[in-house]
Write a protein that binds this ligand. Structure first.
Ligand code: EAX
Length: 323
C-alpha cells in the first residue's frame, strides 16, 4: 500500500512540475523579413525572454505581415489575438493620437536626438499614454529616417513630387505632409505595398533604408531621394490581456526582452545607415543626395496641426529642446 501511495504521489509531483514549467509560446508579429532590423529585434526579444524565464516562455516570429498589416496587428493586441508586435508608430496614432507627435516631419535632428527623446522622460510619458489605450508599450525601438522612392523620376524639389501617387502609412500627419509637398498620398498597409508598386497602382513610397533594403524595393523602384523627412520610431507592444495574466516577475521578463529587442534593432539600423545606401546603388537605384530639405520642411510644416490643433505645441517644443 505504502509503495502505491508513493508512486501516485511521485506521479502527481512530476505532472505538477511539468505543468508549472509548461512552455508558453509567445508569437512576435511584424511586417518585415525575419532578417530585417525588426526580425533581428524580434529574435532578440524571443531569445532574451526564453533565457530569463528558464524556458517557461518560448517564442516564434510571425514576420512579413503574415498576421496582417501593422494596424491590424495593433488591433489584435487590443482584443488578445496577438501577443507581441514590433511595429512602426505610423498607424499607432489611430489608437493613441498623442503619438502623432513622433511622426511630425523634420522634427528630429538626427538619430542621437531621437533616441535621447524616446529614452528620456518624453518617451516614458508616451509609453504611459499608450498603456491607457488597451495596449502595453514595452519599449521604444527604431525604424529609421524615411526617404522617398519612386519609379518615375529623380525627386530633388517639391515640384518633382507634383502628382506622384505616393503610398504613405495610415498616418494622418504623413498624408497631410505629402499632400502639402505636392504628392498625391495613398494610405496603404505595408503588406500590400510591393504589389501596388509592381502594378503601378502607386508610383512611389517612403521608408527608411532599412525597409527599402529588407523589402528589395529596387526591384520596383528606380529612384531614391534621401529626404530624411520623418524619423520613424518603432515600438515593441504587448497585449494587456496577455500581460494581465502574468506575475510581476514574468511581466518584468517581457520588459527586459523588449529592451534587448530595441538594442538589437538600433544596432542593425546603425549598420544599414552605413552600408544600406551602397546596397541600393549596387542594385541599380539612382540615389539622389543633393536635396535642399528646407522647401520640403516649409511645405510640410502645416501637417503639425494634425497634432497641435488637439494637443498644442508644448510637447513639440520639449522634443525640439532635447539635446
Ligand atoms: O514598420 O508601413 C511602413 O511603411 C512601415 O515603415 C513598415 O511597415 C515598417
Amino acid at each position: 500500500m505504502k509503495h502505491t501511495l508513493f508512486a501516485v504521489a511521485s506521479t502527481i509531483a512530476v505532472i505538477g512540475a511539468s505543468t508549472a514549467q509548461a512552455e508558453r509560446n509567445i508569437v512576435v508579429g511584424h511586417a518585415l523579413s525575419p532578417t530585417s532590423h525588426y526580425g533581428i529585434g524580434a529574435q532578440a526579444f524571443i531569445d532574451t525572454l526564453t533565457e530569463l524565464s528558464g524556458g517557461e516562455f518560448t517564442g516564434s516570429q510571425a514576420p512579413a505581415g503574415q498576421l496582417g498589416g501593422e494596424r491590424d496587428m495593433i488591433e489584435g493586441l487590443q482584443i488578445g489575438s496577438m501577443d507581441v508586435v514590433v511595429t512602426s508608430t505610423g498607424p499607432l496614432g489611430n489608437f493613441v493620437p498623442e503619438v502623432y507627435a513622433l511622426d511630425l516631419p523634420f522634427l528630429f535632428r538626427d538619430y542621437d536626438h531621437a533616441r535621447a527623446v524616446l529614452d528620456g522622460d518624453i518617451g516614458q510619458e508616451l509609453l504611459a499614454k499608450i498603456d491607457e489605450n488597451q495596449l502595453v508599450g514595452l519599449a521604444w525601438s527604431e525604424n529609421g529616417f524615411r526617404h522617398v522612392t519612386n519609379s518615375q523620376r529623380p525627386v530633388r524639389t517639391p515640384a518633382d513630387l507634383d502628382g506622384l501617387k505616393l503610398r504613405t502609412m495610415e498616418n494622418r500627419v504623413h498624408m497631410e505632409a505629402f499632400s502639402q509637398m505636392g504628392a498625391a498620398p495613398t494610405p496603404m498597409a505595408f503588406p500590400e505595398l510591393f504589389t501596388a508598386l509592381q502594378q503601378g497602382v502607386v508610383d512611389g513610397q517612403e521608408n527608411p533604408v532599412t525597409v527599402i533594403t529588407a523589402s528589395k524595393f529596387w526591384e520596383v523602384q528606380g529612384y531614391v531621394s534621401l529626404t530624411g523627412h520623418v524619423y520613424s520610431p518603432a515600438i515593441v507592444l504587448a497585449s494587456p490581456i496577455l500581460l494581465d495574466g502574468l506575475t510581476d516577475e514574468q511581466r518584468g521578463w517581457f520588459y527586459e526582452a523588449a529592451k534587448a529587442s530595441s538594442v538589437a534593432t538600433r544596432t542593425e539600423v546603425n549598420r544599414l545607415e552605413e552600408a544600406g545606401v551602397a546596397l541600393l546603388r549596387e542594385n541599380g537605384m539612382e540615389v539622389i543626395t543633393d536635396i535642399d530639405k528646407a522647401p520640403f520642411a516649409e511645405l510640410a510644416q502645416s501637417s503639425y496641426s494634425v497634432y497641435t490643433d488637439q494637443y498644442g505645441t508644448e510637447l513639440v517644443e520639449r522634443i525640439q529642446a532635447v539635446e
